[in-house]
Design a protein around this ligand. Structure first.
Ligand SMILES: NC(=O)c1ccc[n+]([C@@H]2O[C@H](COP(=O)([O-])OP(=O)(O)OC[C@H]3O[C@@H](n4cnc5c(N)ncnc54)[C@H](O)[C@@H]3O)[C@@H](O)[C@H]2O)c1
Length: 476
């Protein structure tokens, strides 16, 4: 009789066992773990490198001390490794060296403990030559025409050419399209005169931080794929010192595509539910009630919820890396294109619903005073980059509304850049025609908001979730 899949992480030594390693009625194939060569298949010199990574205290180098790199550096320190963090931003390096964190998920005390334990942060790239493994966590944004901008990865690769030395693992963590590690990082180590799998090992391991939530860098399983099986073996040994569970894959390309699958999956499912929100509204049906009902099915359904659009620097951007590269290779990515189209137009749809709500009480949006509650792209973070909340508020302002904003997480100077007036007290809602909930931060007292605002439009379903049903609250 078929056994249920073993949860990832139950394998020996934290190595993930395959979760698809059994026949299923859907015909999902089996993928036995053949990605990592056994120790005895490796050259003695490589085994020495692996033994050191497994058993000794060694040094982790991190390039880029942002939302990804800083938590990684701190996690390495917490696990008893030496750390050298390199960044080109003088102010950031000075701040983190003094124990001041700019990343919500790393508090100052934790950072100070890492510095106290010997973690070094520097703008001197040459210090990275001391590292046994160099992890690259620099930005990988999209350019003006939504093409991948690999300039930061190229700059980090140039650093690696300068500092690489025999015995090092080089691992790219920045999100990117399949082939980047082979085409951009591998040549950089070879340009340093090093031989792959003899002197140096190269992997891709996508970052999976979840800002604002409880999972820590060490407790989130890490996928690792090398440009060769030997590099995978070295990468797995290194990452098992940083995180509890490693899931190896056969190539760096597979690891690169894994990250894009994860975020494309979210973008597509969110788009589908966003589109169904329009459809449900046309039928006069409550989409939230329908999602809750479907979620009562104990198999084959995972709930996704509608919202004002997708934001942050992952879900709206990552699928575009894949679409861009696939276009170059003349392969269609219709799901990605459609999801982008639906999600990008959600702010317009939300503004249409707000306009309708105001019309119902005889108020033109062009004369309305509207309070935006939440500006961050997701709950409990202070990051408003690519936030659909900002798009909604800008559209309302363009329609003539007077817009003010309340967000206890986004720093006021950051919010002020968008030119909105800021309020720091929910009683201000009483001076507005409508409050629109755009981010459902846990620290916001939504009952108090409903007490003060004459009407609330909830794009996040937070009132339903809290079991609050005031008659003045309407939802997407
Ligand atoms: N933030 C997230 O939630 C998240 C999640 C998963 C993956 N990622 C991916 O991880 C990568 C890093 O993202 P982030 O959010 O940490 O970016 P970030 O902008 O917060 O930090 C990047 C850091 O790299 C530094 N930097 C830039 N060029 C450099 C160079 N040549 N040498 C040294 N340092 C350099 C910057 O000064 C900055 O401190 C991106 O590819 C991103 O897509 C981010």
């Amino acid at each position: 009789m078929a056994q249920p899949p073993t949860p990832a992480g139950d394998g020996p030594d934290g190595l993930a066992t395959s979760t698809t390693d059994w026949p299923t009625p859907d015909g999902l194939g089996s993928t036995p773990q053949t990605a990592v060569p056994a120790d005895e298949q490796l050259a003695p010199a490589v085994r020495e490198v692996i033994d050191r990574l497994r058993d000794e205290r060694w040094t982790v180098g991190v390039i880029g001390l942002g939302y990804v790199g800083l938590p990684l550096a701190v996690a390495a320190s917490q696990r008893g490794l030496d750390v050298i963090g390199f960044d080109i931003d003088d102010a950031k390096v000075a701040a983190v060296s003094a124990g001041h964190s700019h990343v919500g998920d790393v508090d100052d005390d934790t950072l100070k403990a890492a510095v106290h334990a010997g973690a070094r942060f520097t703008t001197d790239q040459q210090q990275l030559s001391e590292a046994d493994a160099i992890l690259v966590a620099v930005p990988s944004p999209l350019g003006r025409n939504r093409q991948p901008d690999l300039s930061f990865i190229e700059a980090a690769a140039a650093t690696i050419t300068r500092v690489a030395r025999p015995g090092q693992l080089i691992s790219l963590e920045s999100t990117t399209y399949p082939g980047t590690t082979e085409d951009h990082l591998l040549p950089a180590v070879q340009a340093a005169g090093l031989t792959l799998d003899t002197d140096v090992f190269v992997t891709f391991s996508p970052e999976r931080v979840d800002p604002g939530n409880e999972l820590t860098t060490s407790s989130i399983p890490k996928v690792v794929g090398g440009v060769t099986p030997t590099s995978t073996a070295v990468g797995v040994a290194a990452y098992l010192r940083l995180v509890d569970t490693v899931h190896p894959v056969s190539t760096a390309r597979a690891a690169e595509l894994t990250k894009l699958l994860e975020n494309t999956y979210r973008a597509v499912n969110i788009a589908m539910v966003n589109e169904l929100t329009h459809v449900a509204d046309t039928f006069g049906i409550d989409i939230w009630e329908v999602i809750d009902a479907a979620a009562s099915k104990p198999f084959g359904f995972q709930p996704f919820y509608p919202g004002p659009g997708v934001g942050g620097h992952c879900i709206p951007l990552d699928p575009q890396f894949l679409a861009w590269r696939a276009r170059e290779l003349r392969t269609p990515t219709r799901f990605i294109d459609l999801a982008e189209d639906v999600n990008v137009h959600m702010p317009d749809y939300v503004v249409g619903r707000v306009t309708r709500l105001l019309n119902d009480v005889g108020t033109a949006v062009s004369r309305a005073r509207i309070l935006g509650v939440g500006a961050a792209y997701k709950r409990d973070v202070g990051d408003d980059r690519e936030s659909p909340a900002i798009d909604v508020l800008r559209l309302l302002r363009s329609a003539g509304a007077t817009v003010t904003v309340f967000d206890p997480h986004v720093p006021p100077d950051q919010l002020a850049r968008h030119g909105f007036d800021i309020v720091d007290d929910l009683t201000a809602a009483a001076d507005h025609d409508l409050a629109i909930v755009l981010t459902d931060h846990r620290s916001i007292d939504f009952a108090e908001l409903a007490e003060h605002a004459p009407r609330v439009f909830d794009t996040r379903g937070v009132y339903r979730r809290l079991g609050l049903h005031p008659s003045t609250v309407h939802h997407l």
